[in-house]
Each structure stands twice: as structure tokens, then as C-alpha cells.
Design a protein around this ligand. Structure first.
Ligand code: HPA
Length: 317
């Protein structure tokens, strides 16, 4: 090869190396821009994006959403024509780390009603922000869901609320020290100061009580106090909760109810009493027992949900 030719080849290699370097720099800066655009995207836009993704996975348009707490996720495995979407696939969706929570969204049919079910929720005690805890509810609102059924495991403060009982939540006391509506209000979701007078829909409660009665079970109502957890309460805290009017205690549900009401969705809340609250009986609290009781009551709980869903569907058309 002549000296001239090899010089021009070296120059060509240098220039292509330079352009590759320029391209890499450009790609890196685009990635950084994308990342910061993602971070600065509003909660509303994120919910919209997640909703669009979910809608792309199914032709069903769910009317009712179910948040299936500890041990109850199995109900979603019974949905007909179901599509399952793991939380980690859904843009901006939180991932579930708690034991007994599968971390899948299931869209399917219960009888003639299209529903969307969360197999497991996320909690403040997992380290999520209260906005992240409420995020799936905001996504449901973007999907056009009009009613949310929230279920949970709870400790019974009232002596009559014994292990294994299903209780209709009539009201709540928020002691989690957090509210998902903190920060600038996005009117696209709802009002700055949403009313919480009847957060737990009276008509839905009447429907659930009537369906329980038909199955030969009475369903008492109770006020649910939400604490951040994850440690269970002390007996002194339970005495305090009883004094301020709480009948049940748990570590979830309240942020979701606030977000649901903010977005105008109607709410039914049902607790499964998995244990007497701390100090009510002379026994320590263990999470495995909570899961065991939830598992034992599962059949009755699912039967109740099956009965209630078509009646609620009629209410929200
Ligand atoms: N306290 C708080 N959360 C709970 C309880 C309890 O006793 N049982 C089930 N979840």
C-alpha cells in the first residue's frame, strides 16, 4: 500500500471513530433527557400511561376494581377470560414485596361483570411513598372503573369482632401520618379538599350486608384505624385506639380509599379479622397466624365477593 493510501485510510478510521463517539454522546444525553422527563411527568400522566398499557393487554373494560389483601389473591385466579399482568411490567406501577401478595393485576370476568383485581397491594411499611401506595387506584380511575372493593386483614379491637369474622368498614381513622393528596392538587384527578363524610358507600354496605345475610352470616360494621406498621400495636396503643372509636386496626386501605374518593369512585371496604388486637386476649401476634386465618376464611370471603359484584355492577352503570 502506498504511503498516501495508508494515510487516507487512517484519516477515515479516525473520522468514523469520532462520529461514533459523537453518536454515543448524543445517545447518552437523550437517555438522560428521557429519564428526567419520566421523573418530571405528572402523577396524572403516569396514571394515564399505565392505564393505556393495561388497556392494550385486554379488550375487557373493567367496571369494578378489587384490591385483594393478604391471602385473598386467589380469587383473581378464578376470573374467567383472564389476562394477568405482573406489576413490574406496568409503567410506573409499584412492585409488591409483602409475603402473601402475588404482585399481579388480573383483568377478567366475574359472571357478567368485567373486573380488574390486584393480587396483593403495596404498603407504607415496605418503604413506598403514600403516593405510590395510592397509584394503582388512580390508574383504575383512568381505566373508567367506578367502584373499588378493598379487602384487608385486620386486628379486632372490639371484643365481638373475633378471629375469622368479616366486617364492613363503615369509616376510618387515618393514623398513618401520610395522605396521598399531600402536595399540589391536580384538578384532573379531583378536588383539593374532597369530602370524606361517606367515604364507604352506604348503598354498597347495605348490598354486602344483605348478601351476607342471604348466606346465613351477619356482617357487623366497624371503624378501621390505619397505622403505618410494620410492628404490631402495643396493648396501650390498642386501648388508645378503642378510646378514640376504632373497632379494627390494620396497616393498609386508607390511602387507597382517599385516592378513590378523590377520583370520584365509590368504595366498599371489607376486613377479615385475622386476630384479636394486641392485649385483647393474652396471646402474642404472629404474621403466620394472620395468613392462616385469611386462608381459612377465603372461601366465605370469595363467595361474598361473587354475590356482591353483580349487585354493585348494577349500581354503577
Ligand atoms: N394489627 C395491625 N395490622 C393487622 C393486624 C393487627 O392486629 N392483623 C392483621 N393486620
Amino acid at each position: 500500500m502506498s504511503a498516501k493510501k495508508s494515510k487516507s485510510r487512517i484519516a477515515a478510521v479516525r473520522s468514523s471513530a469520532k462520529s461514533a463517539e459523537r453518536w454515543l454522546k448524543h445517545a447518552a444525553s437523550r437517555a438522560a433527557e428521557d429519564k428526567s422527563a419520566r421523573a418530571s411527568r405528572s402523577e396524572f400522566d403516569k396514571a394515564q400511561e399505565a392505564a393505556r398499557f393495561i388497556l392494550s393487554k385486554t379488550k375487557l373494560r373493567p367496571k369494578i376494581a378489587l384490591v385483594l389483601g393478604s391471602g385473598l389473591g386467589a380469587f383473581a385466579d378464578e376470573f374467567a377470560s383472564a389476562v394477568k399482568v405482573p406489576y413490574e411490567k406496568i409503567p410506573h406501577f409499584p412492585r409488591s414485596t409483602a409475603i402473601g401478595h402475588a404482585g399481579k393485576l388480573v383483568i377478567g370476568m366475574v359472571g357478567d361483570t368485567p373486573v380488574i383485581g390486584m393480587q396483593g397491594r403495596v404498603h407504607l411499611y415496605e418503604g413506598y411513598s403514600v403516593q405510590q401506595v395510592a397509584f394503582p387506584i388512580r390508574v383504575f380511575a383512568r381505566l373508567g372503573v367506578q367502584a373499588v372493593i378493598l379487602t384487608n386483614a385486620a386486628g379486632g379491637i372490639l371484643r365481638e369482632l373475633t378471629q375469622g369474622r368479616l366486617v364492613l368498614i363503615s369509616d376510618h381513622i387515618n393514623l398513618q401520618g401520610a395522605n396521598p393528596l399531600t402536595g399540589p392538587n391536580d384538578e384532573k384527578f379531583g378536588l383539593r379538599f374532597p369530602d370524606m363524610t361517606t367515604a364507604y358507600d352506604k348503598r354498597f354496605r347495605a348490598i354486602a350486608a344483605a348478601e351476607a345475610a342471604k348466606a346465613g352470616a351477619s356482617m357487623p360494621e366497624g371503624v378501621y384505624a390505619a397505622l403505618a406498621g410494620p410492628s404490631y400495636e402495643t396493648p396501650a396503643e390498642i386501648r388508645y385506639l378503642r378510646a378514640i372509636g376504632a373497632d379494627l386496626v390494620g396497616m393498609s386501605t386508607v390511602p387507597e380509599v382517599i385516592a378513590a374518593r378523590h377520583s370520584g369512585m365509590r368504595v366498599l371496604g371489607i376486613s377479615c379479622v385475622t386476630n384479636a388486637a394486641a392485649g385483647v386476649i393474652d396471646q402474642p401476634l404472629v404474621h403466620t397466624e394472620v395468613l392462616e386465618v385469611a386462608e381459612r376464611v377465603k372461601g366465605q370471603f370469595i363467595a361474598l365477593l361473587r354475590a356482591v359484584i353483580p349487585k354493585i355492577a348494577v349500581e354503577v352503570v
